[in-house]
Design a protein around this ligand. Structure first.
Ligand SMILES: [Zn+2]
Ligand SMILES: [Zn+2]
Length: 396
């Protein structure tokens, strides 16, 4: 008999074969506290041990899985419990433990050999039979097998749009990396003709041993199709290649910072005729040295003289449409905000609506250079001798 890499889950958890589910769970919890990766950061051995006890617990704490394990000496999701039961019955009835299924002449050389670790490499042989049962090792991972149509994944990029384009609308560009259909194999992931799978001789099935029982499972190399073909060397079997691309897109007038734009079919290419994914752009609007945008409103600070602020004036201020008149009411204070209705940004959803322009007035104090000016200022102070700090003291 060949030795099989069966694991003794009972020994792993340190429980008797007759242990109750409660005892098994308790044993697992105790070991888990000791080997949990959180308590052993970076300890590879503890991590390995934790995986082992988790696997043992997974099987033994589930009555159905445990039954299969008890009957066969191993467990796999691929095994039909009825098959396992039939096997166990035959074992019991046979008396001498003779295998009910003949496995003479079966080639065991592929098991557990050097191919075990290198199993992910194409043609490096098979992993242990446990790997095959657990479905880790599949033909699809080798990229040798034509797969069904797969939709390409969506992409998300931030796209910076300059201040004026976001306000007025227009074309913008963003540089992205996306997967395109491979030009060599046209997304088929393989080249040349399809040939019979050498692993299963085209049957799509291989026979594996579990304990002393034979199981037919889908051939891992060809994924049960019986056919293989050579992997495309351009895309290494991916069916797509990565490419940098400048994508041009149109944005509406009034597009705001953070807005999401969907460009259908500009994501990653699908495989085997699957549709292309979408590209989502998050708009980042650029800044301006004078204007600050908040939603549809434009904010800016406008300096005024003492005379303009105290006497009132009509001044020219910049707006996003160019120069515009703004009325400064008499007695305007520094820091006061004046609203210019509908001088802001057109709303992207409702183009007939516009935001406002909000002007923060900044009174500029003149630097007096001559005696005459200082004389006038002193005279002005005498005529208007209110104390602006009175309120401060009133509140004390
Ligand atoms: Zn290709
Ligand atoms: Zn095959």
């Amino acid at each position: 008999m060949p030795t099989t890499p069966n694991k003794d889950y009972y020994a792993t958890l340190g429980v008797k074969k007759t242990a109750s589910v409660e005892e098994i769970r308790k044993a697992f919890r105790k070991q888990a506290r000791r080997y949990h990766p959180d308590v052993n950061p970076g300890d590879k051995r503890a991590e390995e041990k934790f995986k082992e006890i988790s696997e043992a617990n997974d099987v033994l704490s589930d009555p159905k899985k445990r039954k299969v394990y008890d009957q066969l000496g191993f467990y796999s999701d691929q095994i039909d419990p009825a098959q396992a039961a039939a096997y166990a019955q035959q074992q019991g009835g046979g008396g001498g433990g003779r295998p009910a299924v003949d496995f003479d002449g079966f080639d065991f050389s592929g098991f557990g050999g050097p191919g075990h670790q290198a199993g992910q490499q194409a043609g490096a042989g098979w992993g242990s039979f446990k790997d095959i049962f657990s479905g880790i090792f599949t033909g699809a991972q080798q990229g040798q097998q034509p797969r069904g149509p797969q939709t390409g994944t969506d992409l998300e990029y931030q796209a910076t749009v300059d201040f004026w384009t976001a306000i007025r609308g227009g074309l913008a560009r963003v540089q992205i990396n996306r997967h395109e259909t491979c030009p060599t194999c046209h997304g088929q992931a393989h080249t040349g003709g399809v040939t019979q799978c050498p692993e299963c001789n085209g049957t799509g099935q291989v026979t594996q041993m579990g304990g002393r029982m034979k199981f037919n499972i889908p051939c891992p190399r060809c994924n049960g199709t019986g056919r293989t073909s050579s992997t495309c060397s351009t895309c290494h079997g991916e069916g797509t290649v990565s490419r940098s691309e400048a994508v041009e897109f149109r944005i509406k007038a009034g597009t705001r910072d953070g807005q999401r734009i969907r460009l259908q079919g500009k994501g990653n290419a699908g495989v085997n005729g699957g549709p292309t994914g979408d590209l989502y752009l998050i708009v980042r609007t650029g800044t301006h040295p004078v204007f600050t945008r908040e939603g549809d409103d434009i904010h800016l600070t406008v300096p005024v003289t003492i005379a303009e602020a105290s006497l009132g004036a009509k001044v020219d201020v910049p707006t996003i449409d160019g120069r515009a008149h703004m009325k400064i009411p008499p007695g305007t204070q520094s820091g006061q905000k004046l609203r210019m209705r509908e001088r802001g940004v057109e709303n992207a959803q409702h183009p007939s609506q516009r935001g406002d322009q909000i002007v923060t007035v900044e009174v500029v104090v003149p630097l007096l250079q001559d005696e005459r000016s200082r004389e006038i200022m002193r005279e002005l102070a005498k005529l208007n001798n209110q104390d602006p700090r009175v309120e401060l003291f009133d509140k004390m």
